[in-house]
Write a protein that binds this ligand. Structure first.
Ligand SMILES: NC(=O)c1ccc[n+]([C@@H]2O[C@H](COP(=O)([O-])OP(=O)(O)OC[C@H]3O[C@@H](n4cnc5c(N)ncnc54)[C@H](OP(=O)(O)O)[C@@H]3O)[C@@H](O)[C@H]2O)c1
Length: 237
């Protein structure tokens, strides 16, 4: 496994990380034993960075809980990335991210589910946010308290990233990038390079289309993927 520094965070991370969107039953049921074993086998294969979010899982938070359980005993040899801002979107019971205390409330809940007292990278999970000032104020407080080591945003939009990085404090961005979605190569990735922002790639297999497992006839039944190929006709190219 290759390891490299994530931007200028000082974190030495594996070039391949594990995403846990589907470890919490949102992409079809996965029993707990299989979920925990999958995470440990990734670690045993050299993966030391794990991506999750408060909203992942049915119920929400299940992916963080399972990740927390799986990393017991090896937490200090791994780097955790989680995201806040989309809690309850699926059920309509959202948390209004309107004060710094709400940012702290959601972050502390993630710490509890992840069974840890610090998060390596905390991301804003609102990819089209107009005014990030509350997140930035909350993240700065959490960083000063040692609760988070670095912070950033998950977005595909350069204007959103520039607003979030207005004071040059954004350390990490998560962006959709694959052979079938190369837009970030235009301006987005050059901007990250210029500003020393570490990049986490989501959707590297374009939702599985580049994995060779699926064909134009594939249809999923789970809540997340059932729409995947409906709107996305790029796999016909
Ligand atoms: N807004 C955000 O920040 C955001 C949004 C989306 C995703 N993410 C993060 O990015 C992670 C990954 O992105 P993604 O889930 O969108 O899609 P992806 O990684 O592009 O594709 C995942 C799909 O590829 C298949 N696959 C994965 N590894 C494979 C392998 N080695 N061989 C064959 N098939 C393989 C899996 O199929 P099977 O599971 O069916 O085997 C899965 O359906 C997520 O788990 C999440 O952590 C973040």
């Amino acid at each position: 496994m290759l390891y490299r520094e994530l931007g200028t965070t000082g974190l030495q991370v594996s070039a391949i990380g594990m995403g846990t969107w589907n470890i919490g039953n949102q992409w079809g049921q996965i029993d707990e034993t299989t979920a925990l074993a999958t995470i440990r086998s990734a670690f045993d294969s050299g993966v030391n960075i794990f991506d999750t979010a408060e909203s992942y899982g049915i119920p929400s938070g299940l992916s963080e809980e399972r990740l927390g359980k799986a990393l017991v005993g090896i937490r200090d040899r791994t780097h955790l990335v989680t995201k806040i801002g989309r809690w309850g979107r699926r059920t309509g019971q959202t948390v209004p991210m309107t004060t710094v205390d709400m940012i702290r409330l959601c972050t502390h809940a993630s710490l509890y589910r992840l069974q840890t007292d610090y998060i390596d990278v905390l991301l804003c999970h609102e990819g089209k946010i107009e005014d990030p000032s509350i997140y930035l104020a909350g993240f700065e407080q959490l960083k000063a308290a040692g609760t988070i080591r670095a912070y950033g945003i998950s977005t595909d939009h350069l204007d959103v990233l520039k607003r979030f990085n207005a004071d040059q404090t954004c350390s990490v961005v998560e962006v959709d990038y694959s052979l079938l979605s190369r837009n970030p190569e235009q301006e987005f990735l050059p901007y990250c390079q210029e500003h020393g922002i570490g990049v986490l790639v989501r959707g590297p297999l374009h939702k599985g289309l580049l994995s060779g497992q699926y064909s134009t006839e594939t249809r999923f039944t789970d809540a997340v993927r059932s729409e995947w190929y409906e709107s996305d006709r790029s796999h016909e190219n």
